[in-house]
Design a protein around this ligand. Structure first.
Ligand code: ZN
Length: 502
């Protein structure tokens, strides 16, 4: 009887999954190969698939099956695929049915209008033009949170959409500790001689850049038999099935770092998705568990491994061979320092490993202040400048490189969009530290261009679970304790202490 109901639930979820993945193919094509003339029809096609998927998933029959299966699910081992499916789908289901579809469609319409206004206001440095839209966005964000009464902090339900179970006050505490340690580190680095990274800014032909990046991604463990790479303005990773996880990159022929590190970053996201257990394929558990855990994998491969001295000890001669005129006479140390240059800047997406988190925490704190009603939209540009002054010692000459720089608040809700980036950095240090405790030989292997032990440890401990476990559950299982910043800070202090002789 229960087996029958479970089979019916799985059958329904399998159809939802097919619709979602078909929508993903359309979205991938839209951003990679679609001619401009396809835009209008494509938008409609994707909206139709999204609506069908939403209708199928929120069908009352799914709720009935989940009710009927609840006790059965609780009788199974917590980590089993079936218990996890019933538990996690119930959470996803409740999250979706609590939001009235009228509110959802108002938000969608508003977000696309707001995005259009931002796209025009940004180059014109016209924050005032976006202000009424942002005020409405803030109002919608509060309405969305209020669909989930009983929260501790108004941002909690919004954070839940991307980092389920992470609470605003916990994140605030962890970020507060991190900020307290990062600001003096950034200041100490700023007092040192700046690193010369001019070796990265020479003419580097596109074909060789792409070939080198994909060679390293392949060595890391990204499987091109189950993936491919295309070019887009904003790199991303996207999944159609566990057997088809694609990545994109971009090339700047005068900046070697752009294509290389965006490739390694997206390969990290892709390897997470490729490493999910095949048993979860047709369920809704077949994707990474949260924004923060996902970002921990892209950052781990991009930064912890990809910008390490050990890895380049192995790969630098190959890079020099690929670019003999550009790098033939540049020593390894010069190159390694160049790819790790720290410099406080105004732009989040161009920030280095150390200062990046300060950009994110500024946005997170401002989001909370807005949602709490402690900050008004009209005062947002000044609040932004004040935090950049105190945290990074910089003042943007305009709002273009200030509050208008990121799309997030202008094309979605205010709340929940930023914390994942810094949670990811913290987790990259935490998970890597655990992998090293289990396998102390990992750094030596990386120094020989071998990544299998690390990759297998990540598959075993993180990737295979898909979204069976929440981020907090995963952290607890893997590290035996809650989220903490010490391993990440120790990593930063060790690496940048050496590089800048602190
Ligand atoms: Zn990422």
């Amino acid at each position: 009887m229960m087996e029958q109901k479970l089979a019916e639930l799985k059958e329904r979820l399998s159809e939802v999954n097919d619709l979602n993945m078909a929508g993903a193919v359309l979205g991938w094509d839209q951003q990679t190969h679609m001619p401009p003339g396809g835009a209008a029809a494509r938008g409609r096609q994707m909206a139709t698939l999204g609506r069908l998927s939403h209708e199928k998933f929120t069908d009352a029959r799914v709720g009935q099956l989940l009710d009927d299966l609840q006790a059965y699910g609780e009788s199974l081992p917590y980590d089993s695929d079936d218990a996890s499916l019933i538990r996690v789908v119930r959470q996803q289901y409740e999250r979706l049915i609590k939001v009235p579809s009228s509110l959802l469609s108002q938000i969608t319409t508003h977000a696309s209008e707001s995005y259009q206004v931002w796209a025009e206001a940004r180059p014109a440095n016209d924050f005032a033009k976006t202000r009424p839209y942002l005020e409405k966005t803030l109002d919608y964000s509060r309405q969305m949170a209020d669909c989930f009464p009983g929260y501790d902090h108004i941002a909690d339900p919004l954070i839940d959409f991307s980092d389920q179970g992470m609470k605003a006050t916990d994140i605030q505490r962890v970020f507060g500790e991190l900020r307290q340690q990062l600001v003096p580190l950034v200041q100490a680095i700023a007092e040192r001689e700046p690193i010369d990274n001019s070796c990265l800014h020479q003419p580097y032909p596109e074909a060789e850049q792409l070939a080198f990046g994909t060679a390293v991604a392949t060595a890391f463990g990204y499987d091109f038999q189950r993936g491919r790479q295309d070019k887009t303005h904003h790199p991303f990773a996207i999944k159609f099935s566990i057997g088809d996880v694609r990545i994109t990159t971009r090339v700047d022929e005068n900046n070697l770092a752009d294509c290389l590190f965006s490739t390694l970053h997206e390969a990290g996201h892709g390897m997470y998705e490729q490493g999910i257990s095949l048993a979860l394929e047709q369920t809704t558990l077949n994707s990474g568990t949260s924004a923060g855990v996902h970002e921990s994998q892209s950052r781990l491969w991009e930064n912890v491994v990809g910008r390490s001295r050990g890895m380049w000890g192995h790969y630098y001669p190959q890079l020099q061979a690929a670019f003999p005129t550009q790098l033939g006479s540049v020593p390894l140390d010069t190159f390694h320092r160049a790819i790790n240059k720290v410099q406080p800047s105004l732009i989040r997406t161009e920030a280095d490993e150390v200062t990046y988190n300060l950009h994110v925490m500024i946005r997170f704190d401002l989001e909370l202040a807005l949602l709490e009603g402690k900050l008004a939209i009209k005062d947002l540009p000044e609040a932004w400048h004040a935090r950049y002054q105190s945290d990074l010692g910089l003042h943007a000459p305009s709002d273009v490189n200030g509050v208008l720089q990121d799309v997030h608040w202008y094309g979605g809700l205010i709340g929940g969009a930023f914390q994942g980036y810094t949670l990811g950095n913290i987790l990259s240090g935490l998970f890597y530290d655990q992998a090293l405790q289990a396998h102390p030989t990992i750094p030596d292997e990386i120094g020989q261009g071998q990544f299998g032990t690390l990759h297998n440890w990540l598959i075993e401990n993180i990737y295979q679970h898909g979204s069976k476990l929440t981020a907090n559950e995963l952290i607890e299982r893997v590290t035996g304790g809650p989220l903490r910043i010490e391993p990440y800070m120790a990593y930063l202090r060790g690496k940048f202490g050496d590089l800048y002789q602190l």
